[in-house]
Design a protein around this ligand. Structure first.
Ligand SMILES: NC(=O)c1ccc[n+]([C@@H]2O[C@H](COP(=O)([O-])OP(=O)(O)OC[C@H]3O[C@@H](n4cnc5c(N)ncnc54)[C@H](OP(=O)(O)O)[C@@H]3O)[C@@H](O)[C@H]2O)c1
Length: 297
C-alpha cells in the first residue's frame, strides 16, 4: 500500500472511529449524580393504544400477501373504509377472493409480487413510481414446515427460504417503496411481525427459523427507523395476535395444540388497522400487540 492509499484509508475510517468512540464514551459515562452514583434511566411510559377505536382516516395502502389469511381481511377492511388498496399476491390469477373484491371495488387493484423474486418487487415499485403510499403494509410471510425446524433434523434450505421471505424480502420491500411512503401524507412503513419474535417472552422451543426471521425483521426495522425518522416516516411493528389462518393452524397441528383461543382474521385485521391509525412518529418502531400494548423485545 502506498502512503497515499494509507492516508485515504485512514481518512475513510476516521469518522467511524470518532462515532464509535462517542458511543463508547456515552455508554461509559451515563448520567452521573453528585456522589458518583449513576442515575437510573427514567422509566418510559408504557404505550397503550385502543384496538377498537376506528378513525375516519383514508389514504392509499399496499398490502402484501393479500390473497388469503390476515392479508385478505386487511385488504377487505381497508377497502370498506374507503381506502385505495394495492393488494399483492404471488399468483394473482389464482387469488379468487381478492379478485372478487377488486371486481366489486374500483379502488382495489391486484398486483403480482413474490418476496423471493426481487425483480418482481422492483417491477411493482417502477409501476407505482410517483404514487404516494400512506401505509406500506408488509404482511406476507411464511412459517415453513415446523418439522424441518427441529434440532437434529434442521432443513437448512428451509432456513434460508424463511429468512429470504420474511426478513430479506420485507427489507427489500421497505427499500423499494420508501420514496412512495415518504411522499405520502401518513408516511407509515408497517411490518407485521409476531409475538414469536420476542426474546423476552420466549416460552417454547418450536419453529425457531420463523422466530429468528421475525426477530431479525424487528431489528432491521428498528434500525432503519432511526434514519427514517428524519424523513418523518413512522416504522410500525405490529403483531396481529394468534389468528385462525393456515399459518397458525400448521404450527398448532405440529405442536398438538387445539386452537380454541384463536381470533378470526377479520378481528385481527380490524385491530391491526386501528392500531396503525393511532401509531405516531414519536412511537416509531415500538413493538405493539394487536391488543395495543407493547411487547418486550
Ligand atoms: N396467523 C397468526 O396467528 C399470526 C401470528 C403472528 C404473526 N402472523 C403474521 O401475520 C402475517 C399474515 O399471516 P397469516 O396467518 O395470514 O399467514 P397465511 O395465511 O399463511 O398467509 C400468508 C400470506 O403470505 C404470502 N406469502 C408467502 N410467501 C410469500 C412470498 N414468497 N412472497 C409473497 N407473498 C408470500 C402467502 O401467499 P401464497 O398464498 O401465495 O402462499 C399468503 O398470502 C404474517 O406476517 C405472519 O407472520 C400471523
Amino acid at each position: 500500500m502506498t502512503t497515499h492509499q494509507h492516508r485515504a484509508t485512514a481518512r475513510n475510517i476516521y469518522p467511524l472511529f470518532t462515532v464509535l468512540a462517542a458511543f463508547v464514551l456515552a455508554g461509559l459515562s451515563g448520567p452521573v449524580m453528585a456522589g458518583g452514583h449513576t442515575a437510573a434511566p427514567k422509566a418510559k411510559e408504557p404505550i397503550i393504544l385502543d384496538p377498537e377505536a376506528r378513525s375516519g382516516i383514508t389514504g392509499t395502502v399496499l398490502v402484501s400477501g393479500a390473497n388469503r389469511g390476515i392479508g385478505l381481511r386487511l385488504a377487505r377492511n381497508y377497502a370498506e373504509r374507503g381506502w385505495t388498496v394495492i393488494a399483492t399476491a404471488r399468483k394473482p390469477g389464482k387469488a379468487d377472493e381478492l379478485n372478487e373484491l377488486a371486481k366489486a371495488n374500483p379502488k382495489v387493484s391486484v398486483e403480482r409480487m413474490d418476496l423471493l423474486d426481487h425483480a418482481s418487487i422492483d417491477a411493482l415499485a417502477a409501476k407505482y413510481r410517483d404514487v404516494p403510499i400512506d401505509v406500506l403494509l408488509n404482511n406476507a410471510a411464511m412459517l415453513g414446515d415446523p418439522a424441518g425446524q427441529d434440532i437434529g433434523t434442521y432443513d437448512y434450505e428451509l432456513l434460508e427460504r424463511v429468512l429470504a421471505v420474511n426478513t430479506i424480502g420485507t427489507m427489500k420491500m421497505a427499500e423499494a417503496f420508501l420514496d412512495n411512503v415518504a411522499a405520502s401524507e401518513q408516511k407509515k412503513l408497517v411490518a407485521v411481525t409476531s409475538q414469536q419474535a420476542s426474546i423476552g417472552s420466549l416460552r417454547d422451543p418450536l419453529i425457531p427459523f420463523y422466530k429468528m426471521s421475525k426477530t431479525a425483521l424487528n431489528m432491521g426495522m428498528k434500525s432503519i427507523s432511526r434514519r427514517l425518522k428524519r424523513k418523518k416516516v413512522t416504522v410500525v411493528l405490529i403483531s396481529p395476535g394468534a389468528v385462525d389462518t393456515d399459518m397458525m393452524n400448521s404450527a398448532l397441528d405440529y405442536a398438538g395444540v387445539k386452537g380454541g383461543f384463536l381470533i378470526t382474521p377479520e378481528q385481527s385485521a380490524e385491530a391491526v388497522i386501528n392500531i396503525i391509525d393511532q401509531y405516531t412518529l414519536d412511537m416509531t418502531a415500538a413493538f405493539m400487540s394487536h391488543r395495543g400494548e407493547e411487547i418486550p423485545w
